[in-house]
Design a protein around this ligand. Sequence first.
Ligand SMILES: C[S@@+](CC[C@H](N)C(=O)[O-])C[C@H]1O[C@@H](n2cnc3c(N)ncnc32)[C@H](O)[C@@H]1O
Length: 220
Amino acid sequence: MRLRKKPWIEEALQDYGDIVYTVPPAGVAGHWRAHIGAPGPLWVEIGSGKGQFIAGLAARTPQANLIGIEQVRDILYYAAQKVRAGELTNVRLLAWNAEDLTALFAAGEIDRLYLNFSDPWPKARHAKRRLTHHLFLDRYRVLLAPDGELRFKTDNHDLFMFSLEEWQREDWELVDVSMDLHADEPEDNVRTEYEVKFSAKGQPIYQAIVRPPKGVGEDV
Ligand SMILES: C[S@@+](CC[C@H](N)C(=O)[O-])C[C@H]1O[C@@H](n2cnc3c(N)ncnc32)[C@H](O)[C@@H]1O
């Protein structure tokens, strides 16, 4: 997703200060649920893009506390607009790189992590940048609640196979795997921008729902 850098973006984002955080509020790690204020669980999406998924999920599940993390501020701006337009009070957006995820949350704080159409980084030398690389899985398993889960969708077969191998290598539990999600699309599936685009081209959408190994969430 390449967009020309918008010189006015920092100023524009200030108008969305109630939704977008470029720095997380002091002391919020471990208290995100109280901070956002919805009664239900904490769900986090990494790489939210223009926000179609997080805004759609928020509208469908007002009881959930939702955080979208996106490192490109120009793109995050579109997500902020959707959240404001939908009057979605249960969403916050963080302009942040997921490499530094552990600075944002307390151990065991996240009930569900979403990775949607993550950048595939096809070259082997870039494998560590894939958001399902085992170095990322190590961080996720610390931050996920004991019964927490990771939900991953992609159109990219190679990335999906790589991810399955990484989860197997790290002893994650495969709860559900679909090689063609739209063949029997779950009623609660929220399509992302990329999902709409790739599905329209006739490409199958892969999905995995996985859980980290038990008893290791405590060792930060
Ligand atoms: C291919 S796009 C998919 C966007 C959206 N999830 C969708 O499905 O339509 C991947 C997004 O993840 C973001 N991203 C990639 N690596 C990231 C990281 N380490 N931290 C935060 N965002 C990241 C990119 O900037 C981009 O907006």
